[in-house]
Structures are given as C-alpha cells and as structure tokens.
Design a protein around this ligand. Structure first.
Ligand SMILES: *[C@@H]1O[C@H](CO)[C@@H](O)[C@H](O)[C@H]1NC(C)=O
Ligand SMILES: *[C@@H]1O[C@H](CO)[C@@H](O)[C@H](O)[C@H]1NC(C)=O
Length: 181
C-alpha cells in the first residue's frame, strides 16, 4: 500500500514537473542605435509566466510611474516624433503603423499583433506613426518608473512575429523578421 502511494506521488510530481516548461513574453521595441536612429528589435522579458490564481498565466513586467490614455483620430498621422520617456505602449483598439526615417523597417500594431510594444527611442528624432484605421485608435502609454527600462533579452532586429502571446523559450533570430501582411 505505502509503496504504491509513494509511486503515485512520484508519478504526479514528474507529470507536474514536465508541464512546467517556462514560457516568456516577447514584445516589439522601438530603440535607437549609436547614431540615435530609431529601429525595431524583438525583446523577450526574463520573468517566465506563472500560473494565475484563477485561470491562465501572468508575469511581472516592471514598475511603472503613471498612465496616459490616448485617442487618435481615424486615418490620422503623427509625423516624426519620439516618446517623452521610455514606456510601454498598449493598444486597446484600432491600428497603428510605425515606420522610420533611416531604414525600411515597419511594424503594424493591431489587436492581437504587436498590440503591446516598448517605445524607447527617446534620443534622436524618433519614428513615424500613422493610424490608418477607419475608426479611432485607443492606446495606453505607461512610462517606466524612474525611466528604467525593464530587463530584457534582444531576440533579433525587426518586429516580433507575435506579441502578447506565449513564446516557447528562445527561438533563433531568423524567426523574428518583419511583420508581413
Ligand atoms: C516594484 O515596486 C515595488 C513596490 O514599490 C517594490 O517592492 C519592488 O521591489 C519593485 N520591483 C522592481 C523590480 O523594481
Ligand atoms: C510620468 O512619468 C514619466 C516618466 O517617469 C515622467 O517623465 C512624466 O513627467 C510623468 N508624468 C506625470 C504627469 O506625472
């Protein structure tokens, strides 16, 4: 009886252990190079997802200082600009298209695709953003506390293929090219 209980316990522990493969969040980041030219990188945050107390998963991303709710008109353009402080940009609805003055990269920011970004091109002249949707685009700007950019690994240049989605460990940089529509 006792050995059987022990065996069951070991089997259970092994099953749970096998299911605890670490999952990480990736997000497209607007950054600058040594010449202060803005470009895109795909970042992965080092804290793995953990089981959320109810259902699903969550992870700690970093401390933030304040929050701004922005509404952009349909078919509008911001022109060249840069964020006032390093921040998270979280799309709530609509669509944004990010392009650059010094390279051909681009990122489409849509619900479910690059909806969660880092804007860290605080030096130089920044990037272009247009809002091509027929409806308003709504987003949250969330600066990092003290301007401190959260720890991250750079997976490659260009937009992540997926954001706000579970990633299974670190994949090769060739997996992280431009978003193609
Ligand atoms: C985030 O803020 C909390 C509350 O002030 C603090 O306890 C924690 O150490 C901070 N974490 C980081 C990573 O800065
Ligand atoms: C929000 O936080 C950023 C970064 O810390 C800071 O530059 C900005 O002044 C803050 N805005 C307000 C309204 O407190």
């Amino acid at each position: 009886m006792r050995p059987r209980i022990l065996l069951s316990a070991i089997t259970l522990i092994c099953t749970v252990y096998a299911r605890e493969e670490a999952h990480y969040l990736t997000a497209t980041a607007v950054v600058t190079n040594d010449n202060d030219h803005a470009y895109l990188e795909c970042w992965q945050f080092p804290t793995p997802f953990k089981t959320y107390p109810t259902v699903g998963q969550s992870l700690f991303l970093g401390n933030t200082s304040n929050i701004t709710y922005v509404v952009l008109p349909p078919r509008s353009s911001e022109g060249i600009h840069k964020p006032p402080a390093p921040m998270f940009f979280a799309l709530l609805s609509g669509m944004a298209h990010i392009t650059f003055p010094y390279n051909d990269q681009e990122a489409w920011v849509m619900e479910g695709v690059n909806g969660f970004l880092v804007a860290n091109d605080v030096t130089g002249i920044g990037h272009y953003t247009t809002y091509p949707s027929d409806k308003e685009t709504v987003a949250l700007q969330v600066p990092f506390e003290g301007g401190a950019v959260p720890d991250h690994d750079v997976l490659g240049k260009g937009a992540c293929h997926q954001t706000s989605r579970l990633e299974f460990g670190i994949e090769g940089p060739e997996e992280f090219g431009q978003i193609e529509l």
